[in-house]
Design a protein around this ligand. Sequence first.
Ligand code: DQA
Length: 167
Amino acid sequence: MKKILLLNGPSLGRLGKREPQLYGHETLAAIVRRLQTIALTWGARLDALQSDEEGVLVSHIIRASGSYDGIILNPGAYTHTSVALRDALQAVPVPCVEVHLSNTAARESFRQISLTAAACQGQIMGFGARSYELALIALLGSPDAERRPRPRRRASAPRARRTAAKS
Ligand code: DQA
């Protein structure tokens, strides 16, 4: 079973209340629940942690090595300042997708620089809470994904008859 670690940085614990015009009305807890449900449909597991402290985030990135198959990281404001987070990401072989709810490229100039993105496999931003879902699909849908979502069988669909091939 693939294991994904979702890390959220400073002030993201306030999602839902914090500047909803920028970050939406959904709480982080609701986003995490939805991601965990999606992960399960892929036969994967998602663990989540939010911290306002840079060192805590660094420790979890380092500890992810050997324990997780992928990291989804919204570093919040540390995106624009943290050499420590970038170094931690570079120190582990775990693929990371950087996520932002807002499109930081279209915001203040200090937000247009990410110190962490270069240490990630990719970056998804500007789609609100959907950015997290897209990141999860990017990680689980990678070529070495163990399992694909099972196609749902339509309840009313008649069962296809098996016809044995005659030789
Ligand atoms: C953010 C963008 C950052 O610039 C900001 O500091 C945040 C949220 C986003 O998800 O859009 O805390 O990471």
